[in-house]
Design a protein around this ligand. Structure first.
Ligand code: ASP
Length: 359
């Protein structure tokens, strides 16, 4: 009996100790596991805001630009990025920053948008632009407008002050001016360089894109211009905008991809913000901007994977050009299948770069 009592008390002691050891082990494992999962989950330094711009893709390669021209492009792209960054530091909205940055590029004669817009077949400038707010999928676009100093400002007015998405021509322009857009006389858009391009295109009876190059035996000049901006703001909202003069010597009221939501411009907070440049017809056929977003939304692709897949699609339909995009985490891409693309990126982590040539 005594032995049994002793045995029982020992037995309880051992059980209690076992319980203690097991619960300690469980507790220890729990702490180790939590710590480990914290390490592996720890996000890479969070990007608070990010801004990416382009000034057109095409035959941009070393040796084609003078040192001064190179400097001018770099300076203007830098000014645009730095201005955008200042606004983003002050928590300005992505949509506002897209507008302000594109305005700088439109005011420069270097790019095929606003001041530097190319001439159409009848010898005047017809411009297209669009903007999209990724937080609510609201968007605004204008096509074939002639007298807005900053077409992107007009696109934002369409988005915010009309019940519509897409306006064209004189009546669209009139609506924008009534609602505060700045009017510019046609003479404002005259630049010697663009006029020469126009006269040459007329002579060759060619429709030309900006930033030219003769790339193949066909003697066809491949030129792409246009400006675009995509932004992630400090509140996590995305926006995209694109502005262009279209093609030199364009006829019949031709409209490209730049003002077409889903083709040249797209933004959705769930996925990314995109702006394209290149021969618009292919970007419209391929719904290039929307495709990048859709691959992320429906196939769970990363931005990079979606961009590469979409460039492959552009190649497969013989489209030439490129695009920029940023996602909700601040990841970005600047992809093109031409020789170069004027482009730049700046983010809250201090990463800054302006480039123009391909590898
Ligand atoms: N995408 C524009 C258009 O087709 C041209 C360009 O990017 O330069 O109108």
């Amino acid at each position: 009996m005594e032995y049994y009592k002793q045995y029982k008390s020992n037995h309880y002691k051992i059980r209690a100790r076992m319980k203690y050891i097991i619960s300690t082990i469980i507790l220890l494992l729990f702490f180790i596991f939590t710590a480990m999962s914290k390490i592996s989950e720890r996000p890479q330094k969070k990007i608070k805001y990010s801004i990416v711009i382009h000034g057109g893709a095409g035959g941009i390669r070393k040796g084609r630009l003078t040192e001064q021209q190179e400097k001018d492009y770099k300076n203007t792209l830098t000014l645009a990025l730095k201005t955008g960054e200042e606004f983003l530091k002050q928590d300005s909205s992505a949509v506002f920053v897209v507008q302000e940055v594109i305005k700088i590029l439109e005011d420069s004669p270097l790019f095929n948008a606003g001041k530097g817009a190319v001439f159409n077949n009848l010898g005047f400038n017809e411009m297209d632009a669009s903007i999209m707010n990724g937080s609510n999928l609201n968007c605004g676009a204008l096509a074939g407008i002639t007298n807005l100093k900053n077409p992107i400002e007009g696109a934002k007015i369409v988005m915010e002050k009309s019940k519509h998405v897409f306006l064209y021509g004189d009546r669209g322009q009139e609506f924008c001016i009534k609602n505060g857009a700045t009017y510019a006389d046609s003479s404002y858009f005259f630049t010697e360089k663009r006029h020469k391009q126009y006269l040459r295109a007329i002579k060759r009876d060619k429709v030309e894109l900006d930033h030219g190059e003769i790339e193949d035996g066909s003697n066809e000049i491949k030129k792409f211009g246009t400006v675009g901006c995509v932004v992630l703001d400090s509140k996590g909202n995305l926006a995209a905008g694109t502005s262009t003069g279209g093609l030199t010597n364009k006829k019949f009221g031709r409209i490209g991809d730049s003002p077409i939501i889903g083709a040249g411009t797209y933004a959705d907070n769930k996925t990314c913000a995109v702006s394209c440049t290149g021969r618009g017809e292919y970007f419209i056929r391929g719904t290039i901007a929307r495709d990048i977003s859709a691959l992320m939304e429906y196939k769970n692709y990363s931005l990079k994977k979606a961009g590469i897949k979409t460039i492959e699609k552009l190649n497969s339909i013989d489209g030439r050009g490129g695009f920029i995009a940023v996602d909700k985490k601040g990841n970005y891409i600047m992809l093109f299948n031409t020789k170069g693309m004027y482009r730049g990126i700046s983010n809250s982590e201090g990463f800054f770069c302006v480039e123009m040539y391909g590898e």
